[in-house]
Design a protein around this ligand. Structure first.
Ligand code: ZN
Length: 128
């Protein structure tokens, strides 16, 4: 088990490297809205895009999430809480004028970055 699962996981790191190489500029692991205590993996302040790269296990990926045999109820409840929190984060940020983009960690960094590039460039006020 990683000591810190929310940061610097390999798919996320690879995605950040590729995004940076593609000329995208963003903040890492920061709060889009200081008053809202939720951190996004990548934050594009100009176009107001908050990006989350969700882990397949922790966020209940429909393709890969499987509950462990042991402590099944515990993990089921935990992942359900995460998913509920994700939905709440989406709602709150959208209300504050942010575009929320969620990707799965099983998506390739190239796939994520291509999609991000298109979104950042099509959003009014984009600075990169
Ligand atoms: Zn997955």
């Amino acid at each position: 088990m990683r000591a810190n699962r929310s940061r610097d996981t390999t798919p996320e790191l690879a995605t950040r490297r590729l995004a940076h190489a593609a000329g995208l500029r963003y903040l890492v692991d920061s709060k889009p809205e200081p008053a809202l205590n939720r951190k996004a993996d990548l934050v594009f302040r100009g176009p107001r895009i908050a990006v989350f790269i969700d882990g397949c296990f922790w966020h209940g990926c429909p393709v890969h999430h499987r509950l462990p045999v042991r402590n099944r109820e515990y993990w089921d409840a935990k992942v359900k809480r995460n998913v509920a929190r994700d939905i709440d984060t989406n709602v709150q940020l959208t209300r504050l004028g942010w575009t929320v983009q969620r990707y799965w960690e099983h998506q390739t960094p190239a796939e994520i970055v291509n999609d991000l590039k298109a979104r950042v460039h099509s959003t009014k006020g984009a600075t990169s």
